[in-house]
Design a protein around this ligand. Structure first.
Ligand code: 6YU
Length: 526
């Protein structure tokens, strides 16, 4: 077998999100010299995307503007990833952000790193109902506490097995209906409104998991997702400041932008004028007809893209077990709707606004008529803090098919619906947001949704299957032709930025250990 020459191997990375950038960084650090990233769009960052409310087009705060955040970073909004989930030493995104000095002091403090909220930070809430009432914390806090305990229980089946129902949604609803009457028997007057609140909390979970309904999320695998300690924090200069810093460490011309890859031909030997007589096992075919010969390709495209193009993105097609795992795994939509107000209508310390529909006492986290009632799926708003930096800005959250339908409406139509909603819930007929910006992740042709969840009937083996490189181990063909990274390929941290980064590093390391860097020849591991 003709062996590639090691550190001068032609390595292409498909996708310039954080996993692709991380893979490139690691490969270059280990001495690989022919590394290129092919990106479909005109920008780096993928699902890390910082925009500005009130600007046409998306801009991001560059690292230079960090020195004067109050003036030049105002109106920053995160269209994609928002928080570092679990910012503590074990989190590679937190470590990078600290190294680049991108976080404020409080986020980096030992106290914040030690706080462990199990993935559900306790925001200071305000509750509004569909009859324009504001509810008191004493009325609503027990519903939140009750629901959090059920959620914790639903995560335990991963370790213990024996899950009584197939999905998280079915379990949460059955247990809430069974236990609530007993739990609140001394407080009959509030049972109905608390059940309506549980409905709202189910919609919150749809956003957290990035799914249409919690009935689609597998109960047995729910606890596979691991949280890290640390109080979730944001980037004062925008999440894209992290991408900016990482990109500065790469050679200037490493990325080929605006080059969607159409097909990866593997187990395909190409000898041509541009390959200088060498034979390469992989040819990358771009949509514009351009081709690139490669020894190795690291694929980092989102699972949503793979689902959509599973039959054509690789040739020969993906092996059956990999295809089945791609089909089984979940990839859903979570969108944001940013609104700016002249004056806040929420309390000064409020961090989260819940909307509770008083008529939703039967537990269901989907709406019956998406076109007419999509707005009911929007569970509420987080408040962008501090107001001196962001202005009076709320971020509305909406998941599922209702969210996908929202994307098809004009900004004006969305603004109208949200304004009506707010007037109804606050009882104030004059409330009028003055700016709106919403994300549209489902209609993004290079993601087709927001992030991965472990769907009903799916397990960690599906994630492992997806991550397995091609050709499979028992083949005699050249090894590690196509490798798979991206958030969907991390067993414990899928759906996160740190998960994505770790997978980029993992696949780069797989190539590093294939070669012996010192001699530039294949290592004894083969
Ligand atoms: C996090 C958070 N967060 C909100 C929203 C979204 C996401 N995430 P990329 O897609 O970045 O890169 C691939 C590139 O490939 C891309 O540039 C494409 O253009 C390109 N490409 C595609 N096709 C191509 C082709 N054919 N040719 C060439 N190029 C091509 N994560 O840590 N904190 O707050 C959020 C959030 C609205 C959309 C998030 C968050 C997810 C991250 O953004 C995401 O994982 C990474 O950026 C992905 O990087 P990548 O490199 O893999 O792909 C119990 C339990 C439940 C489990 N869930 C827990 C919840 C945790 C997630 N929460 C998220 C919440 C928010 C708010």
């Amino acid at each position: 077998m003709a062996l590639p020459s090691g550190l001068d191997s032609q390595i292409f990375i498909i996708g310039c999100g954080i996993s692709g950038i991380g893979a490139a960084q690691k490969l270059l650090k280990h001495g690989f010299s022919n590394v290129r990233i092919i990106e479909a769009t005109a920008r780096s960052g993928g699902r890390i995307r910082t925009g500005r409310l009130g600007w046409s087009g998306l801009l991001h705060c560059s690292s230079q503007t960090l020195e004067q955040p109050a003036l030049s970073c105002d109106n920053i909004v995160e269209i994609g990833a928002n928080w570092i989930h679990g910012p503590s030493k074990e989190n590679p995104v937190f470590r990078l952000a600290c190294d680049y000095q991108l976080l404020d002091k409080e986020s980096m403090s030992e106290e914040n790193q030690a706080i462990d909220m199990g993935g559900h930070p306790l925001f200071v809430p305000n509750w509004f109902t569909s009859s324009g009432r504001k509810l008191r914390p004493e009325t609503m806090a027990p519903a939140v506490e009750f629901f959090m305990k059920l959620l914790e229980r639903s995560q335990q089946f991963y370790e213990s097995g024996g899950e009584p129902l197939p999905s998280v949604g079915e379990f949460l609803k059955a247990e809430a209906e069974r236990l609530a009457p007993e739990e609140w028997k001394e407080d009959q007057a509030n049972i109905k409104i608390r059940m309506a609140m549980i409905n709202t909390l189910l919609k919150v979970e749809c956003c957290v998991s990035g799914t249409h309904t919690m009935d689609d999320v597998g109960l047995g695998a729910f606890g596979m997702y691991k949280t890290l300690p640390g109080l979730d924090c944001t980037f004062p200069g925008g999440y894209e400041s992290l991408i900016d810093h990482m990109m500065k460490e790469l050679p200037k011309d490493i990325v080929l932008y605006n080059k969607p890859v159409k097909c990866i031909h593997w187990n395909y030997t190409k000898n041509g004028p541009d390959t200088k007589g060498t034979s390469f096992p992989v040819t990358i075919e771009c949509l514009d007809g351009k081709t690139f010969a490669a020894d190795h390709v690291i694929v980092t495209v989102p699972l949503g893209y793979l689902k959509k193009h599973q039959d054509t993105f690789l040739s020969p097609s993906l092996p059956q077990h990999k295809l089945h795992s791609i089909q089984r795994m979940g990839f859903g939509t979570n969108n944001k709707i940013f609104l700016e107000f002249e004056q806040p209508f929420w309390e000064e310390d409020c961090e989260l606004i819940y909307l509770v529909w008083e008529d939703e006492t039967d537990l269901a986290d989907v709406v019956s008529d998406v076109k007419m009632s999509w707005i009911r799926k929007l569970f509420g708003f987080t408040v962008l803090k501090p107001a001196e930096r962001f202005g009076n800005v709320l971020c509305g959250w909406i998941a599922g098919h209702e969210s996908e339908y929202m994307e098809t409406l004009s900004e004006f139509e969305v603004l109208q619906s949200v304004t009506q909603l707010l007037r109804k819930f606050t009882g104030n007929p004059t409330i009028a947001p003055r700016k709106l910006l919403r994300s549209q992740w489902f209609h993004n042709p290079y993601s087709f949704g927001s992030y991965t969840y472990v769907a009903k009937g799916c397990s960690g083996y599906d994630i492992d299957n997806l991550a397995k490189p091609l050709p499979l181990k028992d083949s005699n063909a050249k090894p590690l032709q196509v490798l798979f990274a991206g958030e969907a390929t991390h067993r414990s941290f899928f759906s996160t930025v740190h998960g994505a980064l770790l997978t980029g590093w993992r696949e780069a390391e797989r190539l590093v250990s294939l070669y012996t860097p010192a001699s530039g020849s294949l290592s004894s591991k083969l």
